[in-house]
Design a protein around this ligand. Structure first.
Ligand code: DGJ
Length: 559
């Protein structure tokens, strides 16, 4: 195997991405040490604590993505599929900047990384890392390998052209389908080697942890056939269901058909695809233990007709199969291209599970989707990432995508301008279970958030003044709100196109809320910077938010 790059000295102990303050502290300590001991200052002699790797942690039933040891809120965006080339990056950064993302999702194509069999080229990875650091954003890498939207279009030509060893799925009628079969040992070994090599290269090139997570494959599975019906696949299908799966599904031994009946085809394919990807993830993790996830082409959460959606991926009905078959995958994440409120929130419900950290790695980029940033937060998501965010000129109209211009970006940029400065605080509050957030439901114009002693009511649309005539929804449903408890009777509040008001939960004897103090301000790190007090029209009938980015700290009492 000809690996083109030299694995560089592991420099993880150099705190390159440490925030300026701690970098200065580290440097001063080193300098003081070197002066006192008359040893010339040198990093090589310094034994600094290695930066902790990004990781997914769970506590009290909630999850967080830790970056540099602290919960992180990913204000993300994903570039278009063909944007991960040195020549196109200049069309990527302006959009990322305009949006105010702190993390960008960018593909790494197998065909680009292994242009010839056994010859690996990490040059794009290096270029990407350098430019991401220059633009002060973290990255999530997307490994477009054996499956990209179910097909093998990103495999190198030595895979594409070797149908004997990397065969396609065969449907029930004996036709070839545009999807590689998960039973190919040859494709599995090749993908596993390439992915492990990528992770090794990444570990060596990224001591700063610019890259936070890696997505293994992209919307894996198969369109056009529920499973592979090739001779080899039939043989495995006629065999016994693996014991691990029987245990997880609480089933007695038997063949796939005997154990799972009408679900057998679908469950078989899910197991095969997950098992294949699990092995790739395991090999990658051995090289470099970053969080790894898979993304899912969803089925309709209310009307899932078998055959109408991609089979083999981690759709909501097979999540336990994926968890059992691919333990090296840390989380399973929905790509949500369903603008309807009921569907969107149902999908969030389905993937927000005690065994699964919540992250929305892809969602639509038309303005209708921006408000779901709040609902995702309310489902404990540590990140949100609209798709197709660059100016390379592609618009996926059937998926409701928008032409990328200032108008389309505005609602997403508004969210990120509100949450950017307080992202760490919000991530921490969410991990501690103190945060609730909702998006506008066009059918219901107000939602109540229960904080024990206090209830917060979020209502949408004009009028924003006066107690009567409760708002009747925004003209286009684009509102969202977040309320987080900071202490007894103290809340952090922000919203877009919504009113937030509070009332005491216990009403006997009758009590009324009063605002003791409503401060508008901004966080910088953990420090709150006061700007002004809201009162009068701004508070008499609740706290009214427009499309001006505003964050409030609210102290409540009753009278
Ligand atoms: C979901 C996929 O994961 C993306 O790569 C992209 O193909 C979008 N669908 C559609 O633009």
């Amino acid at each position: 195997m000809n690996i083109e790059f030299a694995i560089a000295r592991d420099t993880r102990e150099i705190p390159v991405s440490t925030p300026l303050k701690s970098l200065v502290t580290n440097l001063s300590c080193l300098l003081a040490f070197s002066l006192l001991s008359s040893v010339p200052f040198s990093y090589a002699q310094a034994t600094l604590k290695p930066l902790p790797l990004p990781s997914i942690v769970q506590k009290d039933g909630r999850f967080a993505l830790l970056v540099d040891g602290e919960p992180y809120l990913m204000l993300g965006a994903q570039v278009n599929n063909s944007s991960a080339w040195p020549a196109t990056l200049s069309k990527v950064w302006p959009t990322a900047e305009h949006l105010g993302v702190n993390t960008l999702e960018v593909p790494i194509y197998w065909e680009q990384f292994e242009p010839e069999q056994g010859h690996f080229d990490p040059s794009f990875l290096r270029t990407l890392l350098t430019q991401a650091r220059q633009h002060h954003v973290h990255l999530v890498l997307l490994w477009f390998g054996t499956w990209k939207n179910g097909s093998g279009h990103y495999t190198p030509s030595y895979i594409k052209l070797d149908e004997a060893r990397a065969p396609h799925v065969i449907d029930a009628k004996g036709n070839k389908v545009d999807s590689l079969s998960p039973i190919s040992e040859f494709a599995l070994n090749a993908d596993r080697t390439a992915f492990a090599t990528l992770m090794r290269a990444l570990k060596s090139a990224d001591p700063q942890h610019t890259v936070l997570m890696v997505q293994v494959e992209n919307e894996p599975g198969t369109y056009g056939s529920v499973r592979d019906h090739s001779t080899d696949a039939q043989r495995i299908f006629a065999g016994a269901v693996p014991a691990t799966l029987l245990t997880v599904m609480h089933k007695q031994p038997g063949t796939w058909q005997q154990v799972f009946g009408t679900d057998a085809d679908e469950f078989f394919h899910a197991w095969m695809v997950a098992h294949y990807i699990g092995q790739i993830a395991e090999a990658g993790k051995k090289e470099y233990a970053l969080p790894l996830y898979v993304n899912v082409a969803l089925r309709d959460p209310f009307n899932a007709r078998p055959g109408s959606y991609e089979s083999g991926g981690a759709t909501d009905n097979v999540i336990p199969i994926w968890k059992a078959a691919a333990p090296a995958i840390d989380l399973i994440c929905p790509d949500i291209y369903m603008p309807e409120y009921a569907k969107y929130v149902k999908v969030l419900d389905l993937y927000h599970r005690p065994d699964n950290a919540m992250f929305v790695p892809e969602t639509g980029n038309s303005p209708a989707y921006a408000r779901y940033f709040f609902a995702a937060l309310g489902h404990q998501a540590f990140g949100f990432s609209p798709f197709g965010m660059d100016t390379t000129g592609y618009v996926n109209a059937p998926l409701g995508a928008a032409r990328i211009n200032d108008e389309a970006l505005a609602p997403f940029a508004l969210n990120y301008s509100i949450f950017g400065p307080m992202a760490r605080i919000v991530a921490k509050l969410n991990f501690e279970g103190k945060l609730q957030a909702v998006s506008e439901d066009p059918e219901v114009h107000s939602q109540v958030l229960d904080f024990g002693a206090w209830k917060a009511t979020v209502s949408y649309g004009l009028p924003q003044f006066g107690a009567g005539n409760p708002p009747g929804g925004n003209m286009t449903p684009d509102g969202g709100a977040m309320v987080a408890q900071l202490g007894p009777g103290e809340f952090l509040v922000t919203a877009v196109h919504a009113r937030v008001d509070f009332e005491p939960a216990i009403q006997s004897p009758a009590k009324h809320r009063q605002f003791v103090r409503v401060e508008e301000g901004a966080y910088a790190g953990n420090a709150w910077h006061f700007e002004r007090i809201w009162n009068g029209d701004q508070t008499d009938y609740g706290l009214n938010f427009t499309s001006v980015p505003q964050v409030l700290r609210v102290r409540l009492a009753t009278y």
